[in-house]
Design a protein around this ligand. Structure first.
Ligand SMILES: Cc1cc2nc3c(=O)[nH]c(=O)nc-3n(C[C@H](O)[C@H](O)[C@H](O)COP(=O)(O)OP(=O)(O)OC[C@H]3O[C@@H](n4cnc5c(N)ncnc54)[C@H](O)[C@@H]3O)c2cc1C
Ligand code: SF4
Ligand code: SF4
Length: 477
């Protein structure tokens, strides 16, 4: 397909009916021929805005060039060079790159995420990363989500000996709650298999602050500690009835939906109200559509459709699958005695501007109505769980996840760093920056220069983190 072609090579999807019944991945992969044709639409821009928009500066321009030539092994290698969670991201990334692709100006952006998938599915993607020889210098990473995993990759490549602590019995963090229609297989295990040559010890089922003290690790020979704890506790809406049987918070609901789906197939739990307007609310609603076919799933949001923070991919997916929306509604109480029977809501509108000029949502008295249901899922954001962690860390949590206030997210305790972020690829970027800060901290302490990221596959030259033509990033962490 010539480069001037403005329409994307179509990506086949499950039909609406199939989507309502099945948790299978919605998008079918490209064939080799389709992938090559889509890649040939790319202009190979001298200034690759796609790369600048990617929080990990993935060289997507580079792997697209390889796919365009039909060299899928080459494409897989380029993909994996800067992206250790590529198998996960090729199906679940919010593809910030595509927003900035120049082809979008006059047509459809290149299907950058889907071409990543083609490069890994058709190319040799079982390569193992090649770390620098381990010097035995110990660093502890706490939290096995994308931020912690990315920092682990960065540090192990540089020859550090990493111990990764995780509270849950499995790694992945919030990625483990992503429904199967986005991540339907062993994507994370596939990615982690490439870590097999690292000097890495994984300890699960250990909660920092409760089962061990992160500050004690520094006395046990660890040179630094990275807390990548995410926002793993569910936010509450604090209305009467929130504790009733039949009320779930989205995070534990979606985790159970993935790990133990049978538990939701009982006689009750069918007609559902989901409270919230973000991606997690959409994931909860779209999961309910699949669990309880034929029963109504309603999303309740206190602002209008255009204000919903959910990505268009998620909100349009919800529309297609038959989720109903009630905008400009706020929950007043959840009704029921021994089980949920409905949600009482009030209409909302925008009130006068506050001192920052922002118009807050206010409820309108006398507009109460009841939405009958037997299940309520609350997707009101997530908050950090700081149980048992010392106040000296002086963490801030304005965006949910805990962060250190210092340079490179250094916390109030010397040698301990903390960060996270809002999506997988942004959390990975945070993991990279934290690993660089940790490396610089240790280098200074040991009287040597920081170690640039080595080539992940063992080539003698350091990795080229910013591909040719890269300018200023179009994102901030
Ligand atoms: C339902 C859902 C769907 C999503 N879908 C997408 C998507 O499609 N695409 C996308 O890009 N992003 C998605 N996200 C967002 C993305 O998953 C998160 O932004 C990302 O996982 C955050 O990474 P993190 O490493 O900062 O934190 P987390 O992923 O939360 O990882 C933190 C880890 O630390 C562990 N931990 C916490 N406290 C302790 C402690 N005291 N001791 C030991 N371990 C601890 C936790 O158990 C967890 O494993 C989704 C999130 C949810 C909830
Ligand atoms: S990781 Fe995400 S943002 Fe980066 S190139 Fe891939 S799809 Fe785009
Ligand atoms: S911005 Fe779009 S057209 Fe340009 S290199 Fe990136 S993917 Fe290709």
């Amino acid at each position: 397909m010539p480069a001037f072609q403005q329409s994307r090579v179509p990506i086949e999807e499950l039909t609406k009916e199939e989507r309502r019944r099945r948790f299978d991945h919605i998008l079918f992969p490209y064939t080799k021929e389709e992938a090559v044709a889509e890649a040939q639409r790319c202009l190979q821009c001298a200034m690759p805005y796609c790369v600048q928009a990617c929080p990990i500066t993935q060289d997507c321009k580079g792997y697209i060039a390889q796919v365009a030539k039909g060299d899928f092994d080459g494409a897989a290698r380029v993909t994996l060079l800067g992206n250790p969670l590529a198998t996960v991201l090729c199906k679940s990334c919010y593809h910030y790159c595509e927003e900035d692709c120049v082809k979008k100006d006059r047509g459809e952006p290149i299907a950058i995420r889907h071409l990543k998938r083609a490069s890994l599915e058709f190319g040799n993607s079982s390569l193992a990363y090649v770390p620098m020889p381990s010097r035995g210098e110990k660093v502890a990473v706490v939290g096995g989500g994308p931020a912690g995993l990315m920092a682990t990759w960065e540090l192990c490549l540089r020859g550090y000996s990493v111990t990764l602590y995780e509270e849950k019995p499995f790694l992945g963090g919030q990625m483990e709650t992503i429904p199967k229609y986005h991540l339907d297989g062993d994507e994370l295990a596939t990615d982690l298999a490439r870590f097999r040559n690292f000097d890495l010890k994984i300890i699960t089922g250990m909660k920092a602050g409760v089962d061990f003290k992160p500050e004690e690790l520094l006395k046990q020979g660890y040179l630094a500690v990275y807390l990548a704890l995410g926002a793993s506790a569910p936010g509450r809406i604090k209305v009467p009835g929130e504790e009733l049987p039949g009320v779930f918070h989205a995070l534990p609901f979606l985790l159970a939906a993935n790990k133990n789906p049978e538990s939701f197939l009982g006689r009750r739990n069918r007609t559902t109200v989901v409270i919230g307007g973000g991606d997690v609310a959409m994931d909860a609603a779209r999961s309910c559509v699949r669990f309880f076919p034929g029963y109504k799933t309603t999303v309740l949001y206190r602002r209008g459709r255009e204000d919903m923070p959910a990505t268009s991919e998620e909100s349009e997916g919800s529309d297609i699958e038959g989720v109903e929306f009630r905008w400009w509604r706020a929950p007043v109480r959840i009704l029921g005695t021994d089980h949920v029977e409905g949600v009482e809501v009030q209409r909302t509108e925008l009130g006068p501007p506050d001192e920052k000029g922002r118009r807050k949502v206010i409820t309108i008295p006398g507009t109460e109505e009841i939405i009958p249901c037997d299940t309520v899922i609350i997707a009101a954001g997530q908050v950090a769980d700081l149980e048992g962690l010392p106040a000296e860390l002086d963490l801030k949590t304005p965006r949910g996840w805990p962060e250190g206030k210092g340079e490179g997210w250094a916390t109030g305790v010397e040698g301990i760093f903390a960060s996270g972020n809002k999506s997988i690829v942004f959390a990975m970027s945070a993991g990279t920056k934290a690993a660089e800060a940790i490396d610089a901290y240790i280098a200074k302490k040991l009287g040597r220069e920081p170690i640039p990221r080595p080539d992940p596959f063992g080539a003698p030259e350091p990795a080229q983190i910013y591909p040719e033509g890269y300018g200023e990033p179009s994102w901030v962490l």
